[in-house]
Design a protein around this ligand. Structure first.
Ligand code: ZN
Ligand code: ZN
Length: 277
């Protein structure tokens, strides 16, 4: 048997193996052909088609291109493989009937070159997650884990019960009421301070009265609770006490009054907290 007819036989075996899906055998046959005829472009292209690794395919196709740059089959193969490379494919699933585990190659999905999604709040930050509720893209700064997943600031706010959703208007009302009461209530009590024991006690009770009374009125008017409301009221207590002290004593304030007023303010804030929390 001549070398030529031998190669024809191998080539024939190779295409038969390809047809029945025996890719291992087919690759071996085509390699055998190429070992004999290293410039066999047809064998190169056929082998390339059987190789799942895109880089390896590319190597064979490039060889074929060097040999026959104008061959339409070479050009077609080159174009097709170029497409795989642009898609980011590393491995291509070759139809096979091979049962060998080692030969089973799966397509490695390409890493999609997805466009960068920006945070809905921070335009310069890349969004890494989406809000579980509204699907808005969020950056790492915006994501605060919640019992329902990751929520954006808007959705998180919506989940806060209505009575805890206070605005600056409500804070102004809370602060205003407390300032007024904390200014007025101490005035008569200061005059009772000279009464031993009862005087200071009444003064401290005044603090509690300021706290609970302003909390009640605030709730009636705004129906809002929460930490912000307590803070606004607390600031009002401090401000009112300061005004009352200036009105009553000016700069001649005693250490005892200062101490009693401090305790009184603390009691007022404690009462505010208890009602407005
Ligand atoms: Zn949301
Ligand atoms: Zn953000």
């Amino acid at each position: 048997m001549s070398d030529g007819s031998m190669i024809e036989l191998i080539r024939d075996a190779a295409s038969k193996a390809t047809a029945r899906g025996d890719t291992i055998a087919a690759r071996n046959y085509y390699r055998a052909v190429l070992a004999q005829q290293p410039h066999d472009v047809d064998a190169m292209l056929a082998l390339a088609q059987l190789i799942p690794v895109v880089n390896e395919r590319q190597r064979l196709i490039a060889q074929a291109q060097v040999l026959e740059p104008d061959n339409p089959a070479v050009l077609a193969a080159a174009t097709e493989n170029e497409k795989h490379i642009t898609q980011g494919l590393k491995i291509i699933l070759v139809p096979t009937n091979d049962t060998q585990q080692s030969n089973r190659l799966d397509v490695i999905p390409p890493v999609p070159a997805k466009p960068m999604v920006m945070c809905a709040v921070h335009a310069t930050m890349e969004a890494t997650l989406r809000c579980t509720s509204c699907d808005r893209p969020m950056c790492i700064r915006c994501t605060i884990p919640n019992e329902v997943g990751q929520l954006c600031s808007t959705c998180r706010y919506k989940r806060i019960p209505e009575r805890y959703r206070s605005t600056i208007q409500h804070w102004m009302i809370a602060g205003g009421i407390t300032t007024a009461l904390a200014t007025i209530i101490p005035i008569p009590l200061v005059f009772l301070l000279s009464i031993p024991f009862i005087g200071p006690m009444l003064y401290l009770a005044g603090g509690m009265l300021i706290g609970s009374l302003s909390a009640q009125i605030t709730l009636k008017l705004t129906a809002k609770r929460g930490r912000a409301m307590v803070m606004a009221s607390g600031i009002g207590v401090g401000l009112g006490a300061l005004i009352a002290m200036i009105i009553l004593f000016g700069s001649h304030i005693s250490l005892m009054i200062l101490l009693l007023t401090g305790i009184s303010i603390a009691l007022a804030i404690r009462n505010l907290q208890q009602t407005l929390h």
